[in-house]
Design a binder for this molecule. Structure first.
Ligand code: LLP
Length: 426
């Protein structure tokens, strides 16, 4: 099953919004990330529709795909943004986004980042520790500013996802233990340079069940009541991101199911009903909209294992190597080489055994074929590296019949442009 906006055309070629992947590869080379504008807009639309006229803000998690072309598109749709570094804030600004609708998450904000965020007029700092709260208070005081803050609480809810992307358990480094949040809120409330505006939580990523979201919302509401009893009035609840997508055979909840799970808790509560709900989705908005297009360089059939060596590698797409993620890989266009049906290990040119995009894929392949790794729009390019001195891939946004190159392939010499030969003398 292909994601929305992906289809099959003549000769079974893979098409995105009616543009053939072969044409994209011809024009921009491979490996290339291709994204569908319509798919991103429809994912955003599904969330907006699920909220209806209920007050909300969709803060796109920039880390999922931080290309300014994508950020600009989301800004136009009315998204806010969730960032984790000042670099991401500068990207949002470069894309025309407004810092006032940006929330700044992350456990390690530096003094410089806090200063720059306050100076830019950041919407909210999501504070992840007591030490960070103290630092923000000191910097805001020194700048004669009031810092808008939420505490990111750790609700100790099991998101039942990959351990590396589970964040809401008390074992994880994220957030402030929910039992300790109350006293910290009281301190923040009493500080003249801090303005408490919300509660934040994010329990993990790629969740395929909505019940942990509801459980986290319940704990957050309980805390909101305790705060109200102490005269601390919130202006929003930020319930994080994390909605999963389909990579192979997952059955993730629909956008409406996610929002309903949250609203069934928050809207059922007289205190919650009037509070705007903010969410921080990344993967759901851009994941299914993107594919990594790669060409088969060589086939190496064998009696034990058969390898298809493609021109994309773990530096382009780390998810399979890093998390063992299973991502669908489908034929996109046929090359001219002799074709053979086999069970292939789809591997890249990097000198590591961990350099694979997929294991045991039953495909008919020939040299020069194009393949597409699906649902690669999130945490694909944004996690890419230059390992093995490989320039990062081009990125193309397909919009109706048009293709826009939103990032050109890195020129080779740019990879060492910042390096210098030291004066070695003798
Ligand atoms: N908010 C916060 C505070 C986060 O840390 C994250 C993701 C999100 C929102 C967005 O979560 P999403 O809606 O995209 O699930 N590289 C991993 C995923 C890491 C997620 C990190 N935090 C992967 O490729 O699966």
């Amino acid at each position: 099953m292909l994601p929305d906006q992906f289809s099959r055309g003549d000769n079974d070629d893979l098409m995105i919004e009616g543009v053939s992947v072969a044409e994209v590869a011809e024009r921009f080379g491979t490996p290339t990330y291709v994204y569908s504008r319509a798919a991103i807009e429809s994912a955003f639309g599904a969330l907006t529709e699920a909220f209806g006229d209920r007050a909300h803000r969709i803060c796109y998690a920039v880390k999922a795909n931080s290309n300014i072309g994508i950020l600009g598109l989301l800004a136009r749709l009315g998204a806010g943004f969730d960032i984790v570094s000042i670099g991401e804030l500068e990207r949002v600004r470069a894309a025309g986004g407004d810092p006032a609708v940006v929330v700044f998450s992350g456990v390690g904000k530096s003094a410089d980042e806090i200063r720059r965020a306050l100076d830019a007029g950041i919407g909210c700092l999501n504070v992840e520790s007591e030490a960070e709260l103290d630092r923000i208070a000191a910097i805001a005081t020194e700048m004669s500013r009031t810092a808008p803050i939420s505490l990111r609480v750790n609700p100790d809810v099991d998101a039942r996802t990959h351990p590396y992307i589970s964040t809401g358990l008390k074992d994880n480094k994220f957030g402030i233990a929910i039992d300790e949040a109350l006293s910290l809120y009281e301190r923040a409330h009493a500080h003249p340079a801090l303005e408490v505006i919300g509660i934040d939580c994010h329990i993990g990523s790629q969740l395929t069940d909505v019940s942990p979201f509801a459980a986290a919302a319940e704990r957050v509401m309980k805390l909101a009541h305790q705060l109200a009893e102490r005269g601390i009035r919130l202006k929003h609840l930020d319930l994080g991101g994390g909605l999963g997508i389909r990579y192979t055979d997952e059955q993730p909840p629909a956008a409406a199911d996610w929002i309903e799970a949250i609203r069934s808790v928050v809207d059922a509560d007289p205190l919650g009903r009037d509070l705007p709900i903010w969410i921080e989705p990344g993967r759901f908005l851009v994941g299914p909209a993107g594919a990594l297009v790669t060409r088969v360089e060589y086939l190496k059939p064998g009696s034990h294992k058969s390898f298809a060596i493609v021109d994309a590698a773990m530096n382009d797409l780390m998810r399979p190597a890093l998390y063992g993620s299973d991502m669908a890989i489908v034929p996109a266009a046929k090359g001219t080489g002799t074709r053979s049906q086999d069970t292939w290990e789809i591997v890249g040119p990097i000198c590591e055994t961990g350099d694979f995009l997929g294991h045991e894929r039953s495909l008919e392949l020939g040299e020069g074929d194009l393949l597409a790794v699906l649902a690669a729009g999130a945490y694909g390019f944004s996690m890419a590296s230059n390992y093995n001195t490989r320039p990062r891939a081009a990125e193309v946004l397909v919009d109706g019949g048009a293709c826009h190159e939103i990032r050109r392939r890195e020129p080779l010499d740019s990879l060492w442009a910042l390096e210098r030969l030291p004066p070695l003398g003798r």
